[in-house]
Design a binder for this molecule. Sequence first.
Ligand code: FAD
Length: 363
Amino acid sequence: MRSDSGETVDGTGTSGGREAGTAVVAGAGVGGLATAIGLRRAGWTVTVLERRAAPERYGTAFGIHPTAQTALDRLGLGDALRAHAVPYRDARIRRPDGTVLAALPLERIERRAGRPELLISRPHLIDALLAEFDRLGGPRIAYGRPLSDPGALDADLVVGADGINSTVRTTYFGGRSGPRPIGTVAWIGIAGFESGPYGETWGEGRSFGMTPVEPGRTNWYATLPAAATAREVRDAFADWHDPIPRVLAETDPATWIRYEMRHLHPALPRFVADGRVALVGDAAHAMTPNLGQGACTALLDAEALTRAVAAGGPQGLPGALRTYDAERRRSAQRVAFGSRSLHRFMTARRPALRDALLRMLPG
Ligand SMILES: Cc1cc2nc3c(=O)[nH]c(=O)nc-3n(C[C@H](O)[C@H](O)[C@H](O)COP(=O)(O)OP(=O)(O)OC[C@H]3O[C@@H](n4cnc5c(N)ncnc54)[C@H](O)[C@@H]3O)c2cc1C
């Protein structure tokens, strides 16, 4: 089959006629799978190495900003996203007693972009990415295969999509930039009912968020300085407004996920190295989850990288990597800085001043 441009396109949507190269992608998370899909669509032979023994289907929900929706559209995944996503609207920032302080800027985002922020459960997004990767054909994902020596690979392109503890990053950039804890623990879960009022509640050093995710379910996240047990988390929010105590009471603690909030510090000087190595997602710019942009920025990286590589081909790889770095590094690092700053603001020692500032925001 031939496309309008005269380029050969096979039934999978890949450009089969153009001479393309070989790539190894380390990591089968959101960033790695999206990158592998973009490269395959450009006709590259892609091997994905994943250290885990099988796909991880756990996780709660991702907010997908309109810009990341456009990236998914370009990767051929827009319909799969919309089949399982729900719009995020009408969310407020509240005090623990339930008083509304401000609106989350969702209406503004929707007005500007012409489409709403979406929420999708992590398992649905991972499944959609895996299905598209399979549909495009080629080598299967190599599970149980951690990449330990990226320098020894003889692929044209090596992509480090191996998360916050990236081996590709430490191999090419050393240990100067690394994961830094910020003194906050996050707990996330999904309650089996629709909570009603969505948004975030900010207390002193603690916060609680609730979003839609699927009909009949609520995605929630709680942050606090430390809490070793589910009981301590429930106690910490016991006197917060409805339905927060009920959301916690009615989610089975065996399904809660706990993680230490960290970000990559200091920021990297480049996302690319040696004319053949690129970092995407958390490997390049792991950020705190406060702006809900971890998955979005990984998708934007993947789309930008694979678009640049497709345009340059294997011979133009060093230039394509420079183009990717120029398009994504400052932008992703700005989002990471914004997310870290929002964390500081949310966990302010003087919440009265913070709340007064919030009240001055346009509704
Ligand atoms: C199992 C899991 C569940 C998550 N759940 C949530 C959630 O519910 N909510 C949320 O907001 N965020 C969640 N996250 C984080 C979120 O997915 C990421 O912050 C964001 O999507 C950026 O994705 P990424 O692909 O850059 O990194 P990651 O999602 O961290 O993916 C990195 C992948 O690389 C693999 N890997 C690591 N080292 C190597 C190596 N040396 N060789 C080969 N493979 C390697 C890891 O096993 C992992 O699959 C989760 C991440 C994981 C891995």
